[in-house]
Each structure stands twice: as C-alpha cells, then as structure tokens.
Design a protein around this ligand. Structure first.
Ligand SMILES: Nc1ncnc2c1ncn2[C@@H]1O[C@H](COP(=O)(O)OP(=O)(O)OP(=O)(O)O)[C@@H](O)[C@H]1O
Ligand SMILES: [Mg+2]
Length: 161
C-alpha cells in the first residue's frame, strides 16, 4: 500500500513542529464485535478529557473517531487505531488489514454505502460516516488497496474555545 508518510502529511500542512509526539495510544479493533464497538472512541474521549482539552475539540475528535471505529468494525476485517498527542493538536491513524475500498471516490460520496440489511437494522449504513469524518477533522487523508487494507490519517488542530 502506498503509505502517505508522516513527513509528507505534515509537510503538506507546513507544520514541521507537529513531528513531535508527546504521547501515543493504540487500540485494537475487531470485525463484527458490536459489544466492544465504540470503546476505542470512548477511551480516547477519557484521555482527552483527562488532558483537559476543550469540549468542542474533544467532541470533534470523538465524532470522527467513532465513525472510523464503526467503519472498521463493520466494513473491515479488523485493525488498529492510533491516537497521537501533538503540541498543537492530535492525530488519529486508523489502519486495517482489508478488504480495502475498490472505489474511494465513490465511497466518500455522502449517502454511499455497501452496508447489509443486517447492518442497516442496527442503525448503521446511511453512508454518512466519511462526510462526518471530513466535517470534523482539519485534515483527512485516505489510502486503500483491495486485498491489503485501508489507512486513514486525520488531524485535529486545537482552536480557541
Ligand atoms: N475500513 C473500511 N474498509 C472497507 N470499506 C470501507 C471501510 N470504511 C468504509 N468503507 C466503505 O465505504 C462506504 C462508505 O462509508 P461511510 O462510513 O461513509 O458509510 P457507511 O459506513 O456505509 O454508513 P454510516 O457510516 O452512515 O453508518 C462503506 O459503506 C464501505 O463500503
Ligand atoms: Mg460508516
């Protein structure tokens, strides 16, 4: 998979200072585990609250993170979510092991979903996840390869609240 390296990601933003990571937390996400679904996002919420980050900031990160986590639970075979605490914000890096997204442009369109009837009956599959992720993050980057997996990088920058 062509990875968008950390350096390239931040270079695009011209924020070299973000190379410094104060802390990182890694969460394992399993496919189809609806009992555990959302637990990485709620742990991240606790961590950010503990660090006394602003309410609106935490809300943005957690909304996006929840969508990322649910996509991994529903659409992927499982993977990992990494939270990095940076000097001026946080990043969420989600990487799964497949099946990958055949047409990213289509998948990103609001309302597009491949969710099954069973998933829809659980209240998911409106095809709004990616729109929500984009709306709440300051930088959104996706790489996906069929048979290999999907990698998402999200950046959230602290703002005055
Ligand atoms: N990690 C992933 N691996 C494989 N396919 C994915 C992954 N994440 C998303 N997709 C694909 O992209 C589509 C759109 O995702 P999006 O989150 O926008 O909508 P959804 O998950 O189908 O519905 P909603 O998020 O509203 O419950 C999914 O239906 C799925 O086909
Ligand atoms: Mg989704």
């Amino acid at each position: 998979m062509a990875l968008y390296t950390r350096q390239a990601f931040f270079h695009a933003l011209d924020f070299q200072m973000y190379d410094k990571i104060f802390a990182e937390y890694i969460f394992t996400i399993s496919h189809g585990n609806f009992e555990m679904a959302g637990s990485a996002s709620s742990s991240i919420k606790k961590i950010l609250k503990h660090m006394e980050m602003g309410k609106a900031f935490i809300r943005r990160v957690c909304i996006a993170c929840y969508e990322v986590e649910m996509n991994m639970v529903i659409h992927s075979i499982g993977g990992k979510i990494r939270l990095e605490i940076l000097p001026n914000g946080v990043t969420i890096i989600a990487e799964d092991f497949g099946p990958g997204i055949p047409d990213i442009e289509k998948a990103l369109k609001d309302g597009f979903s491949t969710a099954s009837k069973e998933i829809i009956s659980k209240g998911f599959g409106a095809g709004r996840g990616f729109s929500n992720i984009k709306l709440n993050s300051d930088r959104f980057n996706i790489n996906s390869q069929v048979g290999k997996g999907t990698r998402l990088e999200l950046l959230f920058i602290f703002r005055k609240e």
